[in-house]
Design a protein around this ligand. Structure first.
Ligand code: IMP
Ligand code: MG
Length: 184
């Protein structure tokens, strides 16, 4: 066991354990590979938050696939999205005719993904679906429902498994609720 106590002391509690994450990601991978049978999905990782989920998910998908990365940033506060999305790194090649699967860490207001889905739709992919590890449905500001969701969670600020607070905690192997003291 790797000792992450220097980071976990900042957590109020663990919300999703490493084992629970692995088990759910395996289920999702199998289900997604099954749903794309006969196709070759083009899997897009939304940097940086989704990178840990993405790397586990693709290794749980027993099918042919390609992947690429896109990096976005939102204007405004660092914890929550303003809805105005800036593309920091675009895809390397066109997606026309591709079956796109967008992989995101967490859907909160849904504004980031709505923006991306609109932007990518204009490039004429054959289809676009969304896989989100976490979903906070009560915070939605736009009617967006991920096609695949790992876990629905309450309106809590969580870190770990790719998710950060001020760029910290992304390497934690579990998802935890950050202690309010750490915001100060
Ligand atoms: P949305 O556009 O409001 O859906 O924002 C989603 C983005 O906000 C995610 O990709 C995260 O970068 C960030 N975010 C939302 N909730 C959390 C959280 O609880 N912890 C860490 N980042 C979060
Ligand atoms: Mg993000």
């Amino acid at each position: 066991m790797i000792d992450f106590s220097s980071l976990t002391t900042d957590l109020e509690r663990v919300l999703i354990t490493e084992d629970a994450l692995m088990a759910r990601v395996r289920e999702l991978g199998e289900q997604i590979a099954h749903d794309y049978e006969g196709k070759r999905p083009f899997v897009i990782c939304i940097l940086k938050g989704a990178v840990v989920f993405f790397s586990d998910l693709i290794r749980a998908m027993p099918c042919a696939l390609s992947f690429d990365f896109i990096a976005t940033s939102s204007y405004g506060s660092n914890a929550y999205t303003s809805g105005v999305v800036r593309i920091l790194k675009d895809l390397d090649r066109p997606i026309e005719g591709e079956h796109v699967l967008l992989v995101e860490d967490i859907v909160d207001s849904g504004l980031t993904l709505s923006y991306l889905v609109n932007m990518l739709s204009a490039r004429k992919p054959a289809s676009i679906r969304i896989a989100a590890l976490l979903d906070k449905p009560t915070r939605r500001k736009t009617p967006l429902i991920p096609d695949y969701t790992g876990f629905e969670i309450d309106d809590l600020f969580v870190v770990g498994y790719g998710l950060d607070y001020a760029q910290k905690y992304r390497n934690l192997p579990m998802i935890g609720v950050l202690s309010p003291m750490c915001y100060m």
